[in-house]
Write a protein that binds this ligand. Structure first.
Ligand SMILES: C=CC1=C(C)c2cc3[nH]c(cc4nc(cc5[nH]c(cc1n2)c(C)c5CCC(=O)O)C(CCC(=O)O)=C4C)c(C)c3C=C
Ligand SMILES: [Fe+2]
Length: 424
């Protein structure tokens, strides 16, 4: 069910309703009313609650579409950055509830002024939109070593730059960034609209560094979801951390009190990797070879040697030929917690196709996103083991990388993204 005020209803009640609400309690009260609204996100068109202990868009059942963006902060003024985060938070609360980005709206304002919403989502439901924010290492100290916003001493140790991994072919221009926003929705127009309006609001304080569209989730983050397939045609997300695994989420996903710094408690770290997939070469590889590379069967997704998708991997099993059933260089063996000191990830990636590459191939791949409690103990060991030995590497190229500290959720109407980071 869409929020009580859909974008369509805003249109039909016209400016009078908005003006009345603002007159009755001021713009703040209007925004607070919106933020407190009860929302339900179980259906494709519905709204996902914005307020909460953790940010939405992490354990939220992965939506079908992604627009991810990284911004560089162009102002040097801490107050301007804080103001922007406040404004973005209000806009995000409105957008995720299915409203226009600003209180006046796309078509109800003065004909003499630019509208406070761009309009392309008018008439569309909330579509499960979530907006999730993260802070990159360069927000704390820029490439020149400057502490622009007086927060260098608050930089989490876990936000240490990722090491170079074997085979990396990273383009720095399409990675990193001071602030990232992940917009996920069931309708691409809704996700793009949200990012576009945040960029519009940020004009003069941030500039867009890079962005990525994704069109098909490559993970499930809830047991209620079917496992989707990646562009190699394999089920992806079977052994993912899921929203229902609350004890495992505490252990592997959410920053706990005492992990430090205090402002990150309830938050998590996001690693992004844009991974080109050489699908044309893959498509000329035999089915048996593909399954040996992944370590699972293509049809059911079952581990090699097992029958069901969710059967446990038997990493010790050997066949009649004495060889390991799940090969030593298979992806799932090398990514498995038993190979990596128990490390697990909440993967939330998307397929992408960025046109073609001029060499007769699709510019296709997987925009890998993984949330975790500490990348030094999770993504880094897993990727080190994959980069060294994974048979899948022959078909992959990592072309961009990002690392972000995602603060805890916005808990009250007066709260805003990163408030604890900037409170003295
Ligand atoms: C560093 C982390 C990982 C990267 C990078 C990565 C890239 C990547 N993976 C696939 C396809 C599959 N991955 C699968 C499982 C899996 N992958 C990772 C980590 C990374 N993958 C983990 C931790 C796991 C789970 C391992 C386990 O516990 O068993 C699978 C199998 C299905 C599943 O469990 O999800 C597939 C298929 C691609 C195509 C890719 C890069 C493009
Ligand atoms: Fe994987």
């Amino acid at each position: 069910m869409a929020g009580r005020f859909s974008r369509r209803r805003m249109l039909t009640v016209g400016g009078a309703g908005v003006a009345g609400a603002v007159a009755a309690g001021g713009a703040g009260a209007w925004a607070r009313g919106l933020m407190a609204e009860e929302q339900h996100g179980s259906e494709a068109g519905g709204a996902v609650a914005f307020l909460g202990e953790h940010q939405a868009g992490i354990t939220t059942p992965a939506q079908d579409r992604l627009h991810f963006v990284a911004f560089d902060v162009t102002t040097d003024k801490r107050a301007d950055l804080v103001d922007l985060l406040r404004e973005w938070t209000l806009a995000a609360a409105r957008l995720t509830a299915g409203h226009d980005a600003g209180p006046v709206g796309a078509v109800n304002g003065s004909p003499e002024a630019p509208p406070d919403d761009t309009g392309e989502a008018l008439g569309l439901p909330p579509s499960g939109l979530t907006l999730t924010v993260g802070f990159g290492p360069t927000l704390f100290r820029d490439a020149g070593g400057r502490d622009r916003f007086g927060i260098a001493d608050r930089k989490p140790a876990a936000l240490a730059d990722l090491p170079h991994f074997r085979g990396d072919a990273l383009d720095p221009a399409t990675g990193g960034g001071d602030i990232c926003v992940q917009a996920c929705a069931h309708d691409p127009q809704v996700a793009v609209h949200a990012i576009r309006n945040l960029a519009r609001i940020g004009f003069g304080a941030v500039s867009m560094r890079w962005s990525q569209l994704g069109f098909g989730r490559t993970s499930s983050t809830s047991r209620a979801q079917a496992t989707p397939r990646n562009l190699f045609g394999f089920k992806d997300g079977t052994a993912n951390l899921k929203a229902e695994d609350t004890a495992a989420l505490r252990q592997h996903l959410w920053v706990q009190a005492g992990d430090g710094p205090a402002w990150m408690t309830g938050g998590t770290y996001l690693v992004t990797r844009k991974i080109r997939m050489m699908i044309e070469t893959w498509d000329r590889t035999s089915l048996a070879e593909q399954e040996a590379i992944v370590g699972r069967t293509k049809g059911t997704g079952a581990p090699l040697g097992k029958r069901g998708e969710f059967d446990e991997l038997n990493l010790a099993a050997t066949g009649a030929d004495g060889k390991q059933v799940i090969p030593a260089d298979s992806h799932v063996r090398l990514a498995h917690p038993d190979t990596n000191g128990g490390a697990r990830l909440l993967r939330r990636g998307y397929n992408f196709v960025d046109g073609s590459d001029g060499l007769g191939r699709l510019g296709a791949g997987l925009f890998f996103m993984a949330y975790q409690r500490d990348p030094r103990r999770q993504f880094v060991p897993i990727q080190t083991s994959l980069a060294r030995n994974d048979a899948m590497n022959e078909y992959l190229r990592h072309v961009s990388s990002g690392l972000y500290a995602c603060p805890p959720g916005v808990r009250t109407a007066d709260d805003f993204w990163g408030r604890a980071l900037f409170s003295s």
